[in-house]
Design a protein around this ligand. Sequence first.
Ligand SMILES: Cc1cc2nc3c(=O)[nH]c(=O)nc-3n(C[C@H](O)[C@H](O)[C@H](O)COP(=O)(O)OP(=O)(O)OC[C@H]3O[C@@H](n4cnc5c(N)ncnc54)[C@H](O)[C@@H]3O)c2cc1C
Length: 402
Amino acid sequence: MRKLDVLVVGGGPAGLVAGWEAALRAPGAAVAVLERDRAVGAPVRCAEGVGAAGIREFLDPEGAPWVSRRITKVIIVAPDDTEVVVGGKDVGYILDRTRFEPVLAELATRAGAEVLLGTEAAGLRRGTEGWEVTVRSPRGEATWLARVVIGADGVESMVGRWAGLETRVAARDMESAAQYVVANVDCDPDAIYIEFSQQWAPGGYAWVFPKGDGIANVGLGITALHADGRTARQYLDDWLAHRYPDGVVTGFTVGGLITALTVKRTVTDGVLLAGDAAHMINPLSGAGIVNGMKAGRLAGRHAARALREGDTSAANLQAYHDEWMGLLGRDHVWYYKMKDAINGLSDESLDKLARTVNAIPEEKRTLGRIFAHALVRNPSLLPAAARFFAPARREESVDAAD
Ligand SMILES: Cc1cc2nc3c(=O)[nH]c(=O)nc-3n(C[C@H](O)[C@H](O)[C@H](O)COP(=O)(O)OP(=O)(O)OC[C@H]3O[C@@H](n4cnc5c(N)ncnc54)[C@H](O)[C@@H]3O)c2cc1C
């Protein structure tokens, strides 16, 4: 039986950073990352947008080959096509995830972790010496023993369930997303476009994230409870025909987005969950790449600490959960309420909101101020907003939108 100190399930941003960090913090430990696909970073099921400050915590994006585009503006589009430009020189980047995740895998490998492709975890059982993990690969099936398992297995996570953690999602918090890569798109290549509209993307929003001149990720997410029985792809076809009738579709993907709060328990004995597997995505923006990386870093760090201390119990790993909640988990309560507030606005209210916000001079317009205006239309949220806007750093975190 192969024995590991840390076994990470899932080679997305959360898992690769978890493996990287665990190997860095526990030199000499046996750390492996399992990825069931035959490559990390592909297939891409993502619009690939990240906030500038968040990504810089890990890597320098300036001129990096894994960046498709630098973004300096967010343009929020109202249902009547009124555009609200939110400036800022340093908004973020559109990644090329087919190149980005390989860089993370290389960093994890250099730090001493093993990244195994085409290899999946197929089950988990608590044994006397740790977790017995059923591992399937082209070489066959085997049982491996792990002192700590990090579940970074994404939106369809099984690790949490296998370990007895509650990871079910309410239908209201599950978005179905569809996205095309579209050529011949007439948009500002330095801006991302976001459209909240009950008509085009009920219970979610539509986006245009440019990848190059005239090429963009064009997609939307919907919540089935708000939709009329049509699929996300059918909504997307309608929106594309409205917005870019001459667009040429060159790629297509679908995926799920969990816009819930962080699961109540992200740890149990010898197990930590990170990234989408623990519902750590921003419930308003749906941004989960940097969130997953931040969670992966914390998970790797706490796994290494627990091994050093010789105590991988749930009680000792709880510090990971607490640190995540202090970092972003508690802020997500506010974003979640904002999501509800926006979903409660009719298209007419959204049009009016856009016009009110456009009265604010462009240089003073921030995403935080726009949401503050939305709150005025939904006064029941004001106590939550008052708490959120009190410390100055909250405004910054709204601007970063990670
Ligand atoms: C359409 C769409 C657009 C999005 N756009 C954005 C965006 O613009 N910006 C942003 O920040 N976020 C975006 N997201 C969300 C973002 O993609 C995720 O939040 C992010 O990828 C989460 O990272 P992760 O590492 O937790 O999970 P994932 O990236 O999903 O990685 C999990 C990995 O685990 C592997 N895996 C699963 N089970 C097993 C197993 N049993 N054994 C081995 N491997 C396994 C999977 O193959 C996968 O590679 C979008 C999502 C969708 C669906």
